[in-house]
Write a protein that binds this ligand. Structure first.
Ligand code: GLY
Length: 368
């Protein structure tokens, strides 16, 4: 059984398919979008597990599939990675009549989406996310990009996919740590706008981790939530910014760790969300017990919620503030944060005083 969730964006509308075993149907699902060459971009980790099977499913539907394997890891999401991938894609001969498929996690999806948007001034692409994080967040909504020396995702473009195929069975091979990191984005959907879903997660998270119907349900809830937000605010002029809950603190800490595997993106987001809730409590916007409830759930699944949880430590308050100031969620000198009034009631605050944030981080760092 699979669920089909529409993303309503006028002529750029598309469907998200969520279900177990979709890879076997990849040829049938992608055939309508593939009248020419189909380049399938993967990374070394995903390629070992899924690439041959995926390409075989395409070829069974008479699709001319051309696999490309990129190095795995965040460092591939770079100018060098974009150059390498662009060259490999051009060598396949894929053109505007064809299709580029991103078969992988957020790194492959973001990089491939950007390359697809740039090559020959825009080639259609489809997302086949293989991590929990990519299935519930990064594969939906058309944000593509690479990192630069100045920070994460600072070079990118909106380029919507023509289809998202989230095969939940692919998550069975995901290392537990990566699944857990992706779960931070699942919890984010409850924390930012769906208190009932958050309460459901508090009870059912072991089943989400175990797999089966609870996992599929959670992924579909997140995709429905994201599809609705993207349909209302594709270009992030308002509401879509709520999806950045935890990301301003999180990106700064992630950058401070050199985007290394000391702290995975989802782990940084979990820590960032715990900090956003605590900062909101410090400003008197939310009660301390509610802020603690958010952090307690993240901690219960094994995600980091304190700066001292980061292996090897984090940079100091001044360095973190520099990284926050470089974040693209800073407008005209004021800091923008996603803050909360309750579980499920996030809002965009454009006028956060940098000195207040610095004092907060300084106090948190002193808690060691
Ligand atoms: N990952 C946040 C967004 O797509 O807007």
């Amino acid at each position: 059984m699979s669920e089909i969730i529409p993303v309503g964006l006028g002529e750029r509308s598309y469907e998200i398919h969520v279900g177990s075993g979709l890879v076997a149907k990849a040829g049938v699902l992608l055939k309508p979008f593939a009248s020419g060459i189909v380049a399938v971009v993967s990374d070394t980790n995903v390629a070992k597990l899924h690439l041959d099977r995926f390409c075989a499913a395409l070829r069974a539907a008479q699709i001319d599939a051309r696999p490309i394997t990129m190095p795995s890891g965040e460092s591939t999401k770079s100018f060098a990675g974009l150059e390498q991938l662009s060259s490999a894609l051009l060598n396949t001969g894929v053109d505007r009549g064809g299709l580029i498929v991103a078969l992988g996690g957020g790194v492959v999806g973001d990089l491939t989406g950007l390359a697809a948007g740039l090559l020959k001034r825009g080639i259609d692409f489809a997302q086949v996310p293989t991590t929990l994080l990519a299935q519930v967040d990064s594969s939906v909504g058309g944000k593509t990009g690479i990192n630069s020396r100045q920070g994460k995702n600072l070079v990118g473009a909106f380029h919507q996919p023509v289809l998202v195929m989230a095969d939940t069975a692919l998550l069975d091979t995901l290392p537990k740590r990566e699944f857990r990191a992706g779960y931070a984005e699942v919890a984010k959907f409850g924390l930012l706008g769906d208190a009932a879903f958050f309460a459901w997660l508090e009870k059912n998270w072991p089943d989400v981790f175990a797999g089966g119907p609870a996992r599929e349900h959670a992924i579909a809830v997140c995709c429905r939530g994201k599809a609705a937000i993207v349909a209302r605010d594709e270009r992030e002029t308002g509401e879509r910014a709520l999806l950045n809950l935890g990301h301003t603190f999180g990106h700064a800490i992630e950058a401070g760790c050199g985007f290394s595997d000391r702290l995975l993106h989802g782990e940084a987001v979990a820590l960032g969300m715990a900090l956003a809730f605590e900062f909101s409590a410090r400003k008197g916007l939310i009660g301390a017990p509610e802020a603690a409830r958010a952090a307690n759930h993240l901690a219960a699944v094994g995600l980091p919620t304190h700066l001292k949880d980061v292996p090897g430590g984090t940079p100091g308050a001044d360095a973190l503030m520099d990284l926050i100031a470089q974040d693209k969620k800073v407008r005209r000198g004021t800091l923008t944060f996603i803050l909360v009034r309750d579980i499920g009631r996030a809002f965009v605050e454009n006028n956060v005083d940098a000195a207040e944030v610095r004092a907060f981080l300084s106090d948190k760092l002193a808690e060691r």
